[in-house]
Design a protein around this ligand. Structure first.
Ligand SMILES: NC(=O)c1ccc[n+]([C@@H]2O[C@H](COP(=O)([O-])OP(=O)(O)OC[C@H]3O[C@@H](n4cnc5c(N)ncnc54)[C@H](OP(=O)(O)O)[C@@H]3O)[C@@H](O)[C@H]2O)c1
Length: 215
């Protein structure tokens, strides 16, 4: 795997994004953040470069990737806004394909909920219940996430879709359980999500896979 120095982060201004950005900075990475509202962003650090824009904009996503060795996304759907997961993934795949070097090894690590289905799942009762609830309550958002998974599966990008249950916005709990067929638990701390996502930058175990993680 190639050396990773600079990471593009999408969703870094969100709740999980805060833990992600903080941990990446603690580990000495340089960051390029895509933010729609840079004025709302509270973390100040000389290792952060900010690009103002929207993940729905393919040109902006291309610009964010310039000079970066990997991308991590904690983008989440905002109520009443255009669907973001499928289009952002499409923009990311297109931007990666335009890279001159390292395109096929370029890591794209993104966060999703339990509701995404993969052909490898054997979801237990609780995970299936959460999936069915999402499909019934937010069918468009569910379908958009599913589209994101389908696009990734059909691409040659080195993606990892990290599927998580209820997020507790607290510091690390330490133990992270991983399942490839079902969620091993019903909650996870945001700090542990960040730690797991960062670990995927240098760990090939879940490349082109969608692991469930929990505490
Ligand atoms: N919260 C949970 O319990 C839970 C459970 C399972 C899975 N998840 C998933 O985990 C992820 C993170 O959740 P969270 O609670 O940390 O989310 P959050 O606080 O709502 O943050 C979402 C981030 O996405 C950004 N974003 C949304 N649309 C965008 C766009 N078009 N272009 C650029 N940025 C955009 C938002 O930017 P703005 O600040 O500009 O709006 C915000 O920074 C989401 O994908 C969510 O579906 C959450």
């Amino acid at each position: 795997m190639n050396q990773i120095h600079k990471i593009a982060v999408l969703g870094g201004g969100g709740r999980t994004g805060f833990y992600l950005v903080s941990q990446l900075l603690d580990q000495g990475f340089q960051l390029k953040l895509l933010l729609r509202n840079p004025g709302h962003f509270k973390i100040q650090n000389t290792n952060i470069e900010i690009v103002k824009g929207d993940a729905l904009d393919g040109d902006v996503v291309e610009r964010v990737l310039e000079g970066c060795d990997a991308v991590i996304s904690t983008v989440g759907q905002r109520k009443g806004e255009p669907l973001v997961a499928g289009q952002a993934t499409m923009n990311m795949i297109n931007a990666v394909a335009k890279r001159q070097t390292n395109a096929e090894n370029f890591r794209y690590i993104l966060l999703a909920g339990l509701n995404v289905d993969t052909p490898f799942d054997k979801k237990g009762i609780e995970t299936q219940k959460a999936t069915d609830w999402m499909k019934a309550t937010f069918p468009d958002i569910h379908a958009d996430r599913q589209k994101s998974y389908a696009l990734l599966s059909a691409s040659n990008v080195s993606w990892t879709m990290v599927r998580v249950p209820f997020i507790e916005f607290v510091e690390t709990k330490g133990e992270i359980k991983v399942g490839l067929e079902d969620s091993p638990g019903n909650k996870i701390s945001a700090a542990d999500i960040a730690a797991f996502m960062i670990r995927q930058l240098t760990d090939n175990a879940y490349v082109r896979k969608a692991p469930f993680i929990s505490n």
